[in-house]
Write a protein that binds this ligand. Structure first.
Ligand code: COA
Length: 322
């Protein structure tokens, strides 16, 4: 959707030619779309409603009136319409207090296979233009399509309260998400930041660090399907560069992970890196917390590489800490 204005007014329409003839139109959602949204969600199976709402919730008309007015609350939404004017997909984000967008997306069953990625890319592009750095979403751990959709866009994992869902975050402007910027009404942005690099999205060290008040983002580093790790490609990683400490958990002794450690040393000097090798002792969160706090305090003036690295290495028991 081109030419997106901040108030959602002067907006463009994207028209997509379809292989079998006809066109699909994608445009910002508006008050006139309430009936179309009601019909779209009425076509969803119970399973789809569960994937979207984590329950069998059947939204009422007021829900869709609110959804159609998302731009009035600082968020943004788009709808896809077929040749008959039926809404066959919607994607939107509500603005969160940290400046990110909270993502929701649904594609009509008959249109799945490509429309989800297309709508998500269109929404990500619109969010970037409007200065929204990341989109976040709660996703059921069993929602394979949504996980694949976000994985292809380089998701990282935020803390979540349960084991049934994961809270994922994708950046709108690059290969990775970015840390929230500090600002009024954003106390979370002032917390020391811990980047956990681990296979899978959840680690005990990450949960323990969250519980102690650190902001934690977990990424899969070089592992996983289609990794988009910028550091391995020789470019600085915004998550690593903005972290106050990095913990590499269960690192297998393979070349990719060794290359990642070398990349941190070269591209993100000064950020303490602790390595907990597979099969090693449990991670002492207090040590990581101290390293992160020290680095945060020392950010201006900037801490030297030796200071930051050595303090973590000296005070941890993990092989490979630097
Ligand atoms: C999630 C949703 C928007 C995705 O849109 P879509 O058009 O179906 O997307 P795709 O068919 O391209 O599938 C997305 C990815 O999942 C993969 N996929 C397809 N079926 C899959 C399955 N059963 N299990 C795992 N992955 C699957 C696709 O290969 C694709 O991956 P790729 O990009 O690597 O090729 C859509 O399926 C939907 O509306 N689901 C119900 C509501 C929902 O879950 N919303 C999200 C709430 S957080």
């Amino acid at each position: 959707v081109d030419e997106v204005s901040r108030d959602g007014a002067a907006v463009g329409v994207r028209s997509v030619p379809l292989a079998g003839g006809g066109r699909l139109r994608v445009r910002p959602v508006g008050p006139g779309d309430v009936d179309g949204l009601v019909a779209l969600y009425a076509r969803l199976s119970a399973g789809d409603r569960r994937r979207r709402f984590f329950s069998a919730f059947r939204p009422d008309r007021a829900y869709f009136e609110r959804a159609a007015g998302v731009a009035g609350r600082g968020g943004f939404g788009i709808v896809a319409l077929d040749d008959d004017g039926c809404v066959v997909g919607d994607a939107s984000y509500e603005l969160l207090p940290d400046g990110d967008g909270d993502l929701g997306i649904v594609v009509s069953p008959a249109w799945r296979g490509w429309l989800g990625p297309f709508l998500l890319d269109t929404l990500v592009d619109a969010a970037r233009r409007r200065g929204v750095p990341n989109l976040e979403a709660d996703v059921l751990a069993t929602n394979g399509r949504m996980l694949s959709l976000l994985r292809a866009r380089g998701y990282a994992t935020l803390a979540s309260d349960d084991w049934v869902s994961v809270r994922l975050i994708v950046g709108t402007a690059g290969d990775t998400p970015v840390w929230p910027e500090a600002g009024p009404g954003r106390p979370d942005a002032a917390r020391p930041r811990l980047l956990v690099e681990a296979r899978g999205g959840r680690t005990s060290v990450g949960s323990a660090a969250e519980a102690r008040g650190l902001a934690v983002i977990t990424c899969s580093g070089p592992s996983g399907i289609r990794p988009r790790c910028p550091a391995l490609a020789g470019r600085p990683c915004p998550l690593a560069a903005g972290a106050d400490a990095i913990v590499v958990v269960n690192a297998p002794p393979d070349d990719d992970w060794q290359a990642l450690l070398a990349a941190h040393r070269d591209l993100h000097p000064g950020v303490p890196v602790c390595v907990a090798p597979r099969g090693g002792p449990p991670v002492a969160v207090s040590v990581i917390e101290r390293a992160a706090q020290r680095h945060r305090r020392a950010r201006a003036p900037k801490v030297s590489e030796e200071q930051g690295g050595a303090s973590c290495a000296q005070s941890t028991q993990y092989a490979g800490a630097r």
